[in-house]
Design a protein. Structure first.
Length: 509
């Protein structure tokens, strides 16, 4: 029997778990099927252009700071974070544009000029409600393993808070709550997209997720110099400093259970059996249950009926010019969000007129493109891959839909002839590259007004197996994936399933 802890997958959640465990004195080994650690937080380099492959928006830097402190390190010594204000620019069909400003007072002033004082006042009231929801999330859902309302109650959620929370959750979706404060269709559509970090429909997602608006307003939107891959590199370097064994190029095909059903090791793709005291899986929670464990765990997972979140089509466009009217982050909105979400989330088909997220990082870090150029990243949400979706055949026509949308609504009139480098990623590519069922990049959909905020708990039903990553609690997005790794590590450490072999390095403990 080994005293080591194994981490399956070197994405952000797995790296956060490894740093936290090693910082507390555990011996840790990380298995990563790819040749580099980082998961979706990786980099694409082509002819002088550099693109983030996956996530591009960093919020809640306090989460990342806490992980570094677990390893006895200061975030500021490892990463250069640039705070962005405005946080993003919104383009609407018809030519209107609106910036999302970080400060509430400045944003209210901008809204008063854009849509009138009533909308500005409604925005202030919306943020006040979002602050209450944020406080509840931080007190009872964050930094602990929670897989449902019952666990939240057992974790200390006071019954006195339930009437307010349940009345809100039962009566409002994100879209409903937003529009109860902000009736202007354009501003409401912008506020809806706080929840696009979770890859779900605002009219089906629970209103409690509106707390994201307050979190982002308070802590800001940041760009790590070097892209989000720099976050993964910094965590991997810290893990190495703490003595974590890293095994890139080594995938895991099975979690090994003992006679009592406890996780006691892994079997690699090459057939090597590695004994372990406990396991953290940073793989998709569905793939973990079905493919790595199987049996009873798979049946239990399937019975819960987790709905996949959406997928995406990403265009990586190296341009010979930059566009001065773009900010670092931009949303180019659909003409009709109801029509868009009906297509993606209910019919399971790409929207005819989609919202496009556009990242133009060269204005913040000029070195991502040759002089005068831009490394444009374009993401469009599409449904998770159905059996009849052949993206090798669908991509050319959908690329045209995207480029036409950017030309018509964002004023990128000469975009196509400015492209000198082009790469693309589809749901099929996402599924194949990261073993994510259906290419559902956000894990499980946050749908359901009462239960939609809950994901599989980090302390799994298999003793000795813990879950991390965007498909586990507390959900998708960079800070939540990092937090999930911390929670998984904290549960493992508190459960005493593996001994500490060194003094804790953490400056936080």
């Amino acid at each position: 029997m080994s005293d080591r802890v194994g981490v399956i997958g070197g994405g952000l959640g797995g790296l956060a778990a490894a740093v936290t465990l090693a910082g507390r004195g555990h011996e840790v080994v990380v298995f990563e099927r790819a040749e580099r650690l980082g998961g979706k937080a990786s980099r694409l380099e082509a002819d002088g252009f550099s693109f983030d492959v996956g996530p591009t928006i960093l919020t809640l830097p306090s989460v990342l700071r806490r992980v570094f402190e677990e390893g006895g390190a200061r975030l500021e010594d490892h990463l250069d974070l640039v705070r962005l204000d405005p946080q993003w620019r919104s383009f609407f069909e018809g030519g209107d544009a609106l910036d999302l400003l970080a400060g509430e007072a400045a944003m209210r002033e901008r809204l008063a000029a854009f849509a009138g004082p009533a909308v500005a006042d409604g925005y202030g009231a919306f943020l006040a409600r979002a602050e209450r929801l944020d406080r509840i999330a931080r007190a009872y859902f964050f930094w602990r393993s929670v897989g449902g309302l019952g666990e939240a109650l057992r974790a200390g959620l006071r019954p006195a808070l339930l009437p307010d929370l349940l009345a809100l959750a039962a009566s409002k979706s994100v879209a409903g709550l937003v529009r109860s404060y902000v009736p202007d269709a354009r501003v409401a559509q912008m506020l809806d997209h706080f929840t696009q970090y979770v890859g779900s429909a605002p009219d089906q997602a629970p209103a409690v997720l509106c707390g994201i608006a307050h979190m982002q307003t308070q802590e800001g939107v940041h760009y790590p110099v070097g892209g989000t891959a720099a976050v993964a590199r910094a965590l991997a370097a810290l893990a190495a400093d703490l003595g974590v064994e890293r095994r890139p190029g080594v995938g895991v095909r099975r979690v090994l259970l003992d006679a009592a059903g406890r996780a006691r090791g892994v079997e690699t793709d090459e057939g090597e059996a590695v004994p372990l005291a406990a396991v953290v899986s940073n793989a998709d929670t569905g793939a973990t249950a079905r493919d790595l464990v199987g049996g009873r765990a798979a049946r239990r997972f399937d019975r819960r009926g987790h709905e996949p979140a959406c997928s995406g089509v990403v265009l990586y466009l190296g341009l010979d010019r930059a566009y001065d009217h773009l900010l670092h982050h931009n949303f180019v909105f659909s003409r009709d969000p109801h029509e868009e979400f009906e297509a993606i989330y209910r019919r399971g088909e790409p929207a005819d007129d989609p919202t496009c997220y556009v990242c133009a990082p060269a204005r913040t870090e000029p070195g991502v493109a040759p002089p005068g150029g831009e490394a444009l990243y374009v993401l469009v949400h599409v449904p998770w891959r159905r059996p009849h979706h052949d993206w090798s055949a669908m991509l050319p026509a959908y690329r045209r839909v995207i480029l036409d949308k950017l030309r018509r609504t964002a004023g990128l009139d000469d975009l196509e002839r400015r492209i000198v480098v082009e790469r693309a990623m589809t749901p099929a590519d996402i599924e194949a590259r990261w073993s994510i069922p259906g290419g559902a990049i956000y894990g499980h959909a946050s749908h359901g007004r009462l239960t939609g905020a809950f994901k599989p708990a980090n302390r799994s039903e298999v003793p000795g197996l813990y879950l991390a990553g965007g498909s586990a609690h507390p959900g998708p997005g960079m800070p939540m994936a990092l937090m999930s790794g911390w929670i998984a590590a904290d549960c493992l450490d508190r459960d005493g399933v593996a001994p500490r072999r060194r003094p804790a390095a953490s400056a936080a403990r």
